[in-house]
Design a protein around this ligand. Structure first.
Ligand code: FES
Length: 208
């Protein structure tokens, strides 16, 4: 659910336009375009931890992972993981590049990236708060927690605060329904949350 919330509309439009093609006729230009556009994207470069030096392809880490996996389509999740570690999120250009290199439809790559709450399709803030809105958590009033967070930090779920400090995401079932409502804050699992407990935790985290 969170992944859908964070749908990159530009990417969805691209998929609708059929730019996920892997035909030989468009492959080279697609790759080139993806590289040029990504180089021009200061947002992606700024939010990531890419180690490429000037003049290198921004996808050098991704290329290494692709080679290591011998361009196997089965390695898609591993490649996505490497790309996210490199750039901080999976932008349209990155997904397009991976789709091209693995000869997979962009819609397929996008489908996988949006399915797992681990993957971010948008740049994330310094801290991230993933609130489960699966059935069990929803029944246990996770919606109230989301509303309280949105009010407190003046940001809509699926977005990042203006100061770039906190991203609030809605995610699917985290697989621990017995301890609902569940939240993952900066990779740390918090069970049986209430609005008060999560707000307190967030304030603490944001204070450092
Ligand atoms: S519904 Fe939230 S952990 Fe399963």
């Amino acid at each position: 659910m969170g992944a859908e919330k964070s749908l990159n509309t530009g990417l969805a439009a691209t998929i609708r336009e059929g730019r996920g093609t892997t035909s030989k006729g468009t492959g080279a230009s697609l790759k080139q375009e993806a590289e040029i556009r990504t180089k021009g994207s200061s947002l992606e470069a700024a939010s990531g931890s890419a180690t490429a030096s000037a003049g290198d392809s921004p996808y050098i880490q991704v290329d290494r992972a692709l080679k290591r996996c011998q361009y196997s389509q089965d390695a898609l999740i591993e490649i996505l993981h490497t790309a996210q570690e490199t750039f901080g999120f999976l932008g349209e250009d990155t997904l397009t590049y991976i789709a091209h290199e693995l000869k997979l439809p962009l819609s397929w790559v996008y489908g996988v990236a949006s399915f797992y709450h681990h993957f971010n399709l948008k740049p994330q803030g310094e801290h991230s708060c993933n609130i489960c809105m699966g059935t069990a958590c929803f029944v246990k009033r996770a919606g109230e927690i989301v509303a309280a967070m949105e009010r407190e930090f003046c940001v809509k779920a699926g977005e990042t605060t203006a100061d770039g400090k906190l991203s609030i995401n809605i995610v699917r079932c985290l697989g621990n329904c017995g301890l609902a409502p569940m939240v993952i804050m900066d990779g740390k699992v918090h069970s049986r949350q209430t609005s008060e407990s999560l707000l307190e935790e967030c304030r603490k985290v944001l204070k450092g």
